[in-house]
Design a binder for this molecule. Structure first.
Ligand code: SF4
Length: 333
């Protein structure tokens, strides 16, 4: 992984760059390693240091983040980079409590940066470590109630010596050996003390409380293109879902099935509704979006949003749900 240094380097006294550790940990929340790699390489090529990131334009960072989801992370990323530069002389603090005071850094990220970047004995408890602890100690309390117990067990195992290597090793053990479906107990370094392996309960753990069914919300987006090819787009409000991201003008997303109620198009035109709809799932709800398209005249004066010339519009700057609406218009004759 491009944000890692090898144990041999650490043994020789090399420590990883805290900026790269922090960036990777923020990206890895709710996102797979395979997806993060590509984004991480793009971000670090464009903004190699925390000072470079702090000086970046908001829109550029939000654009590079598009597709990674959970966009509050990107807004906090910028706030944190700027706080590190303005309040800490461009250096991340090693101390857990000082890290916690930075924007967007919670207990998990503070522990990860403190242990991985500075080799301090703080305990990281991500989903992989939770699974390993539940199995190692045969804990049947369902998640999320089991978290304090799992944390206690994880803390008891965190060593004073090479805690950074240990933190990464236990996360990797969960990701590659103690996997959710078929743990490879035969090659696991903890196979002897592991209670769930002895009792044959490993595959049932960790237990989880049943998830509530997600509600369905509805909305409409207007994809207007001017005769010269420019698209009508807007930057979404800072607060709320997809805050600060580029998007199509549209309605609020609500539980009613007629999203056009009290939503006016952004501009007078012959709007045409596409037969197909966009479907997208967020953490707490499913979204169904109607898509309306129109050709707009050269002198169009929209009530909201602004035109973006085709040379400066990159569909990859759109968050996934907005990208799906764009792709739908491309597929529809
Ligand atoms: S022995 Fe099996 S269940 Fe136990 S920690 Fe190792 S891989 Fe997981």
């Amino acid at each position: 992984m491009p944000w890692r240094i090898a144990p041999s380097e650490r043994k020789a006294g090399v420590l990883p760059d805290p900026y790269r550790v922090w960036l990777s940990e923020v990206m890895l929340q709710q996102t797979t390693v395979a997806t993060v790699k590509e984004y991480f390489l793009r971000f670090t090529a464009r903004w190699p240091t925390v000072a470079d990131l702090a000086a970046a334009e908001d829109a550029d960072v939000m654009g590079e983040w598009a597709g990674l989801g959970y966009y509050a992370r990107a807004r906090n990323l910028l706030k944190c980079a700027r706080a590190v530069v303005s309040d800490r002389g461009g250096q991340f603090p090693a101390d857990y409590d000082a890290l916690l005071k930075l924007p967007g850094i919670g207990p998990y990220t503070a522990a990860a940066v403190s242990s991985i970047a500075f080799d301090l004995p703080h305990t990281v408890l991500d989903g992989n470590v939770e699974r390993v602890m539940a199995r190692l100690h045969n804990i049947h309390t369902p998640l999320p109630d089991a978290k304090p117990e799992l944390m206690q067990e994880a803390e008891a195992l965190t060593p004073e010596v090479r805690p950074g290597d240990y933190a990464q090793a236990v996360m990797d053990l969960g990701a590659t050996i103690c996997t959710p479906r078929s743990p490879a107990c035969g090659i696991c370094p903890w196979r002897d003390p592991c209670v769930s392996r002895q009792q044959g309960t490993a595959s049932d753990l960790p237990r989880k409380l049943p998830k509530k069914a997600k509600p369905v919300r509805h909305g409409v987006v207007f994809l207007g293109q001017r005769e010269d090819g420019a698209w009508l787009l807007e930057t979404r409000p800072e607060k709320g879902l997809l805050g600060g991201m580029l998007g199509w003008p549209g309605s609020e997303w609500r539980d009613i099935s007629d999203p056009l109620q009290d939503t006016a198009p952004p501009c007078e035109a012959e709007w045409r509704m596409l037969d197909a709809q966009v479907r997208h799932t967020f953490t707490h709800f499913h979204l169904v979006l109607q898509v309306r398209t129109a050709w707009l005249p050269a002198d169009a004066t929209p009530d909201r949003g602004s035109f973006r010339e085709p040379e400066t519009f990159r569909p990859s700057d759109l968050p996934t749900v907005m990208r799906k609406a764009f792709d739908l218009t491309r597929q529809t004759p």
